[in-house]
Each structure stands twice: as C-alpha cells, then as structure tokens.
Design a protein around this ligand. Structure first.
Ligand SMILES: *[C@@H]1O[C@H](CO)[C@@H](O)[C@H](O)[C@H]1NC(C)=O
Ligand SMILES: *[C@@H]1O[C@H](CO)[C@@H](O)[C@H](O)[C@H]1NC(C)=O
Ligand SMILES: *[C@@H]1O[C@H](CO)[C@@H](O)[C@H](O)[C@H]1NC(C)=O
Length: 440
C-alpha cells in the first residue's frame, strides 16, 4: 500500500483522533501530558547487499500517539505502530521497552536504498529521517570467457576486465610474477608500472618478455575484492644462441656443449651430429634441459671425447608449431692429458676449429718452442671474435696469451729467437724490430 505523504499525514492524524476519541481518558489528560520528543537521532545506515538493516527510533512521552515508518522518497507508509502496511515480506517492526521502535529490513536489496522517516502523529507532527545506502561488492563480468590469450609476437592484445558493483569498482592490473607492466603510449614511449589502472589493458607490439599471467583486480572497498587471472601467451619461432661455438678438450675428457633456446609455445629440443644423426642419451651422451624462464631453456649436452670420431659439428635443434631453428657447435679433441704433460708444450690451434691441425714443430727443439710462441703471439695481435670464450673452455690445455707474452719478455731479447726460414715470420719480426728501433 503506497499512499501520498500528505495523505499519509492526514490519515495518521485522523487515525490518532479516532484512537484518542475512543480512549476518552487520554483525551481528557492530553493537555497536561508532556509533548512527545525523540530520544536520539536516527543513524544513517550503510549495508552490504543481502544483509539486514534496522532503523531505531527512540520516542519519549509517546502518550496516546502512534509511530509510523514512511519511505520518504516515494512517500509510502511502510508500517504503523506494530503493523507492516506494505506487502514487502522482508520488512518487520518491533516495539521494545517503552521508547524504542525498530524497522527491520531483512535481505536488503539495492531498491531499498533511500531516506526512511520515523513519524509521530502528534499535532504538530514530529519526524526524523535517516538514509539507507546499499553497497554491492565487486563482480567481474564474464564476457571475455577463457582466461588465456594467444598473440603472435609483435601483435596487439587487449585484456578487458569489466566490473560491476556499488560504488563502481576500480579495476587494476598487475603481473602475477610481480614484474612491471610495460605501457606503450607512442611508437617509442614506454612506461613501466607495477600496477595499471583501467578496465582495458592494451599491448601494442607485444614482446616475449610480456608473456605471463596477469591479474585484474576489482575493488570498491566492499569486501570481498575479486580478481581474474588471464594468461598471455606470446608465440614466436625458436631462436637459438650459442655462446661457445668451438669446444675442445683432451681425448678421454668430458666436455659440455651449451645452447640457449627461446621459443613459445614450448618447443621440442634435441641434439644431432652434423650428419643429421640424432643423439640419444647413453654412456657417452647426457642431455640436460634447464628452464631459465617461461620461454627460455638452456640445453646442455655432456659428451665424452673418446676418439677423434667425436670431433666435428654438433647441432642443438629446437622446433615448435611456429617454426624451427638450430645452432652448431664444433668439437675438437687434443691429445690425452698425460701425453700433453710429457710433451711439455702447449697445443696450438687455428681460429676456425684448427684442432685437427697438429703442431708440426719438433718437440725436442727448445728454439722451435719460442718460434711457436712468437707465431702464436703475432697471430693473436688482433683477437678474433670470441676467443675469450674459447679460451675459457680450453683452459686445461692452453696457456693464456698473457703467459706467452711474458715468456717472450723474460727471454730478454727477441733477437735470440731463432726464426724459421718463412718469409712471413721474417717480415713480422723485422717490422716489430723496426718498431722497437723507432721507439728507441
Ligand atoms: C545522514 O545522511 C544525510 C545525507 O544523506 C546527512 O545530511 C545527515 O547529516 C546524516 N545523518 C547522520 C546522523 O549522520
Ligand atoms: C665423464 O662422464 C661420465 C658420465 O657422463 C662419467 O662416468 C665419467 O667418469 C666422466 N669422465 C671424466 C673424465 O670426468
Ligand atoms: C732445452 O732447454 C732446457 C732448459 O730450459 C735445457 O735443460 C735442455 O737441455 C734444452 N734442450 C735442448 C735440446 O737444447
């Protein structure tokens, strides 16, 4: 029953007069009785959708009067005295002790929000109001469906997380692994933020490093906050990096070949000989795959150099649904460690896997050693790309260049070095000599 407020007031006053008219005693004493008043201010209420809410109205000296509850917005009379006058089953009224009137709303709906009035049908009429606010916890609308996105590298992706609730929830994004989110506004402008705010997170020209799980979190300070997890998969064909392209060791030793593979989706990796023969793990070969991150894997092949047949090219191969790739490592063997020691000299090698070229110098000849040294040193005046990694790998057989240099210096004078009748050494030595002369 919804009645206009003015009508309601008239109705209440009329009712009052009828009631007081019937109850003659009260009517007579009415003038001597203290006027009704409110004992406290009615409190505003904020309640979470679905919970219960109660307004309490404390009236002193109610006398013969009655308390009515009115929804001020639509002026509907909700209840009078101890009777509920609407057909809303979630409403109830209570009159406890002498002064307290309570309007109770069970399972509050958003439509219940508004201003509520506690009215006394005295003359003049007395009323006080308080408001009911109904807040709604955030909810993420499930319009996008699946929690996984596949994008080719360099492509564009939009992650969307629409949320509803009251107040309107704030949507923020962060990466599950705690890394920053890269926001590209222009062609070159980019910004790294730990948290991005907005319903839509856009990736322009996505890169592999942006691959991972993202969480969108909706919150409006009404518990509980909700989140959704979206996995971003960036697809690209495998890329192989080989740091040491030349690996050697003495016969009988174990060596390790190393490849770094970046690929997504996850590739199938294997090792092969240069001939294409796929290597299978056994007593001679052992493979390892170590995940560096979600798209990077370190491949290792441990191999025993048992004979010269083990020399040559080895390929690490990687294949996924986008494409395939391979890296090549050249393996060379030197003489067994025991032989090396007994020979008492260093092995020497050419730049490009010259391992197969044994040193032609006569071992017993002390002077040839120095020639070899000179040759080596001159040959290394301009180091080739990546000799350091190569040396690092062969440190069990090769002395670093510095050592050879110091041997030359400690020998006092290069003039003592016997030079082989090879014009290129002569030219080199002579030019070195003339340089020293010039300096002197
Ligand atoms: C209740 O909220 C209204 C605004 O909706 C405000 O004017 C009033 O002062 C509040 N009353 C109390 C008791 O906080
Ligand atoms: C080489 O590795 C194998 C196992 O892969 C091991 O049994 C052997 O002892 C190792 N040899 C050397 C010289 O380290
Ligand atoms: C080589 O040099 C060592 C000392 O460095 C010396 O003892 C040895 O006799 C030399 N050998 C020859 C063949 O000259």
């Amino acid at each position: 029953m919804v009645v206009d407020m003015t009508t309601a007031s008239f109705f209440l006053l009329a009712l009052l007069h009828i009631l007081t008219g019937i109850d003659g005693q009260h009517h007579h004493n009415n003038a001597n009785m203290p006027a009704p008043s409110f004992g406290s201010t009615m409190e505003n209420i904020t309640v979470i959708n679905g919970r219960d809410a109660s307004f309490t109205c404390v009236v002193l000296n109610i006398g013969p009067h009655r308390v009515a509850w009115i929804k001020a917005d639509d002026k509907g009379i909700l209840a009078m005295h101890d009777r509920v006058l609407t057909n809303n089953a979630r409403l109830s009224v209570m009159h406890s002790d002498l002064h307290t009137w309570t309007l109770h709303i069970r399972d509050v709906h958003r439509s219940d929000r508004g201003v509520y009035m506690c009215q006394i049908n005295s003359d003049p009429m007395l009323s006080q109001t308080a408001s009911l606010e109904v807040v709604v916890p955030p909810d993420i609308l499930n319009e996008e469906g699946g929690g996984e996105v596949l994008i080719p590298e360099g492509g564009m992706a939009r992650l969307s997380c629409k949320a509803k609730g009251f107040p309107q929830p704030r949507v923020t994004w962060r990466r599950e692994d705690g890394q920053d989110i890269v926001i590209r506004s222009g062609a070159l402008q980019k910004q790294k933020v730990p948290i991005f705010e907005g319903e839509v997170l856009t990736f322009h020209k996505i890169t592999r490093s942006e691959m991972g799980a993202y969480l969108c979190i909706a919150s409006n300070n009404v518990p509980p906050s909700v989140s959704r997890r979206i996995v971003v998969n960036v697809h690209f064909y495998p890329i192989i990096q080989v740091h040491n392209q030349l690996v050697g060791g003495p016969l009988g030793s174990n060596i390790t070949l190393d490849c770094m593979v970046e690929a997504s989706p996850k590739p199938i990796n294997y090792w092969a000989r240069e001939s294409g023969e796929i290597i299978i793990p056994n007593d001679k070969y052992r493979m390892e795959e170590l995940d560096v991150n979600t798209y990077t894997t370190r491949l290792r092949l441990h191999l025993k150099l048992s004979s010269n047949a083990d020399e040559g090219g080895y390929k690490c191969c990687s294949k996924n649904s986008i494409g395939d790739s391979e890296g090549t490592i050249t393996v060379y063997a030197t003489k067994r460690v025991e032989e090396e020691k007994s020979l008492g000299r260093w092995s020497d090698h050419d730049e490009e896997g010259g391992a197969e070229e044994p040193d032609s110098v006569d071992d017993s000849d002390n002077t040839s050693l120095e020639v070899t040294t000179t040759h080596f040193t001159l040959g290394r005046v301009t180091p080739p790309a990546g000799p350091s990694s190569r040396r690092a790998n062969n440190n069990n057989i090769q002395s670093p260049t510095q050592n050879k240099m110091s041997i030359i210096r400690s020998s006092g004078s290069i003039a003592q070095t016997a030079v082989r009748p090879q014009s290129y050494y002569l030219v080199a030595i002579i030019s070195f000599f003339s340089l020293i002369v010039t300096l002197l």
